[in-house]
Each structure stands twice: as C-alpha cells, then as structure tokens.
Design a protein around this ligand. Structure first.
Ligand code: SAH
Length: 247
C-alpha cells in the first residue's frame, strides 16, 4: 500500500521501492553508532576530510546531499558551515534526519524526494553535490548523475562514492561485510548493482563532466577502521567538476 502512495507522487521512474523499503525498515538505527549503519559512521570522518581538503566547506557553500539517509554526512557538512539540503526517498529516514538535528541552531534542510523531481522543482544550484553510497541502490545511476550535473554551479564539484564490481568487492563488501564481520545488514548490497570506476568515468565524460580525483576506501576489520588508499577495488570516491570550468 505504501508503495502505492509513493507511486501517486511523481518521483520519476528511477526509484527502486524495494530498496527504499529496506532503508525505511532500518531507519530507527541511523544514529546508533555501533548499529546497522556502523560502516557509514566509521567512514564519515575520512570522507568529509577528503572533500574538505578539496573544497573549503567553511565558507557557506551550498551543498546538496543526495540520498542523505538519516543525515550522517549532511549534519557534519552543516556543522562545518555548509548550507546543506539533504534529500532522500525514504520517508522514515528523512523524519529521523529532521528529528536528530531538531535542537541545532544551524541545520540541514531535509526533503523526501528523488533528485529527478527535485531538479524539476528547485531553482537553486549547488557548489557541492554529494551522492555517497547511493548509486548502487538505484536502477539508473546515469539519471542521477545527469540531475547532479544540472543542479551544479559551473564552478562546483560533485562527489560520488560507490562500490566497484569484481571478485574482491564481492568477497569483502558482500561476503565479508554482510556475512562474516556482520558490519552491514544482510541484503544491503546486490553484486550486479556495483559500478566499476571505468563505467562511472564513461558516464561522467559523456555528460560534459571531468574527473578531478579518485581514491579508494579500505577497511581494516581488526582495528575497525576505514582509511583512504590507492586501492579502488572495493569502495571508492570520485571528485568531479564540469568540463572547462575550475572548481
Ligand atoms: N548517503 C548516506 C546514506 C547512504 S544509504 C551516507 O553515505 O551516509 C543510501 C540511501 O540512499 C538510503 O537512505 C536510501 O533511502 C537512499 N536512496 C536510495 N534510492 C534513492 C533514490 N532513488 N532517491 C533518493 N534516495 C534514495
């Protein structure tokens, strides 16, 4: 029934409602640091540092966080001075995100919407667009990147992160993460939705965008720590700008 309600609103055809139900069901856990979203809490600091080293967030940058979930990344970017808008299709996640920052003086604005619909209704453009750990949960990542581009200021940057598709990522992200070390809820990831950096690169170039940098994120399960590395075989981030513009 709930899916039916979703469908009545025009969020476009790039929302996988099975995925959204998965996140709706987990939404109460967003802020339990040792809970179902432990991995996102563990990697938050290093990804924020990587972004901030490129684009100084302290200067009222307008930021769009696509697939913001319960606001783990949005809140940190906001606390650094960014003017953050977080969007997500999971209604419960958006409720949790709003509730969690209710007492803050400066807080992100949160909306339950798809980026495709947001693009149609927003007159704003953004200096930084983050879309982290989300592309592997949609049917058509190209559509997401296209909307990101259309919402980006000419001198802005897009930051993407997702999971590579190969034997190593299968062993570590699915088998290791979901079944051996249990740091991800089972069923979080589907191997066929993983995206190779070369595939993302092709999409980016095709859309008049340019790659600034790519970096791997590796995990040490014994220290329970993520760290940046040259190994892009599992999780990786890409920093992207518009072609012929400087960020
Ligand atoms: N970006 C956050 C959360 C990642 S989890 C972080 O890295 O901390 C993936 C999120 O993407 C979930 O909250 C899920 O609801 C959202 N999502 C999946 N498909 C979506 C879509 N089509 N539109 C908007 N959000 C989506």
């Amino acid at each position: 029934m709930e899916n039916q309600n979703y469908l009545n609103e025009n969020f476009g055809d790039n929302v996988n409602y099975e995925e959204i139900s998965h996140f709706d069901n987990l939404a109460d856990s967003w802020w339990i640091k040792d809970g179902k979203f432990k991995t996102l809490h563990l990697l938050n600091d290093i990804r924020v540092k990587w972004i901030n080293d490129f684009v100084n967030i302290y200067k009222d940058k307008k930021i769009l966080d696509v697939g913001c979930g319960g606001g783990i990344l949005s809140e940190t970017l906001s606390s650094l001075g960014g003017l953050v808008t977080g969007i997500d299709m999971s209604k419960k996640s958006i409720e949790i995100a709003k509730y969690h920052c209710r007492n803050y003086d400066v807080k992100p604005k949160y909306y339950r919407t798809s980026i495709e619909l947001f693009e149609k209704t927003s007159s704003e453009k953004f200096d930084i667009i983050t879309c982290m750990e989300m592309l592997e949960h949609v049917d058509n990542p190209i559509s997401i990147i296209n909307s990101c581009k259309n919402l980006l200021n000419d001198d802005g940057v897009i930051v993407l992160s997702t999971i590579n598709r190969n034997l190593k990522s299968f062993l570590y992200a699915i088998l290791g993460g979901e079944y051996i070390f249990n740091i991800l809820p089972r069923g979080t990831h589907k191997y066929e939705s993983f995206i190779k950096p070369s595939e993302l690169y092709k999409i980016i170039i095709h859309h008049g965008l340019d790659l600034i940098d790519i970096i791997g994120i590796s995990y040490n399960p014994f220290l329970e720590k993520f760290y940046l590395s040259k190994d892009v075989n599992i999780n990786y981030m890409m920093m992207i700008k518009k072609k012929n513009y400087n960020y």
